[in-house]
Design a protein around this ligand. Sequence first.
Ligand SMILES: Nc1ncnc2c1ncn2[C@@H]1O[C@H](COP(=O)(O)OP(=O)(O)OP(=O)(O)O)[C@@H](O)[C@H]1O
Ligand SMILES: [Mg+2]
Length: 372
Amino acid sequence: MCLCFKYDRNESLLIKQIVKDILNKLLSTSSSDIENLVGIDARIQEMKTLLCLASDDVRMVGIWGMGGIGKTTLVRAVYSRISYQFEGCSFLENVAEDLKKKGLIGLQEKLLSHLLEEENLNMKELTSIKARLHSKKVLIVLDNVNDPTILECLIGNQDWFGRGSTIIITTRDKRLLLSHKINLYKVHKFNDDEALEFLARYSLKHELLREDFLELSRVVICYAQGLPLALTVLGSFLFSMSKEEWRDQLDKLKSIPNMKIHEVLKISYDGLDFEEKNIFLDIACFLKGEDKNYVKEILDYCGFFSVSGIRALADKSLISFFHNRIMMHDLIQEMGMEIVRQESHNPGQRSRLWLHKDINDALKKNTVRAKK
Ligand SMILES: Nc1ncnc2c1ncn2[C@@H]1O[C@H](COP(=O)(O)OP(=O)(O)OP(=O)(O)O)[C@@H](O)[C@H]1O
Ligand SMILES: [Mg+2]
């Protein structure tokens, strides 16, 4: 490993920089999380080529594709492979959700704190992003952008950042990227070989005969339509069953019209028991992103067996964990919220209310249903 540093009179700063560079290099060289992903090397390579094609001082690439196709997964992998080359890095995950919670100023403060490695920055005390960053080579990832003002406020003009800076944006909406000078990368679905490789992992846990595995995989691949999220959910669900059980479930899948992705994901929800369904809906409507211990406490208080319930949901890939927080993919959350909405067109009659407007409406009209 070779590291090169400019002479700096401040010894502590120099040591800090050496430690940071070594850590970055170690992190970028091998990560078992990335190695376990399917088809990722080819996709990272395509992204790198696109980044090299950008001739401007600041390179911008937009990754777009439908929900659940793997945009965040890809950009995380690219970030961990290239971040060591930059003087400052920021990965703003799920910007659309953060915007609702923190607003634009909050997002700007977060971005600057990451890039300058300073805590509690206050935008009022700062002249502008440009003033602090124009000579710094930075890497910025804005994940899940859904509003053009985010781009205006966070990355504005290319002269805000130093030469060699790289900005990667992920979005489901291609139109957001067209107004800016951004190269586009469309994430491909898994092809059949990749989907098969992906499913083979689940089958390893079960002693399926090769013919059984191929038969089951063919149907799963057909219904998941190459979408990694659907493959994850269907794979965890079907490969945990006995042969008789998965035959029943396959028949159910076949009856879904037009293979709507929500409906495909709902198969996994339908397979939960009563208590697991309730825990799933509570997390989808209220508790996504919260600390695991806090969620357990609330669920226990509601009379659920939280530990086994949470484990069952994780086993079926309906939730995951990140830094001890409970995560749920947006599409799976939307599916859960839709299940609650479908209970009644009258919000007061539904089992859960999470929008101010609906709560207000139900209380005003006094239509809130009593818990049975
Ligand atoms: N190359 C891959 N190999 C293995 N699993 C993958 C791969 N790409 C995506 N996945 C899995 O698919 C699921 C969805 O991926 P991801 O969250 O990246 O989608 P997305 O495009 O960012 O969706 P959204 O638009 O809703 O944010 C995740 O569970 C992820 O682990
Ligand atoms: Mg995403």
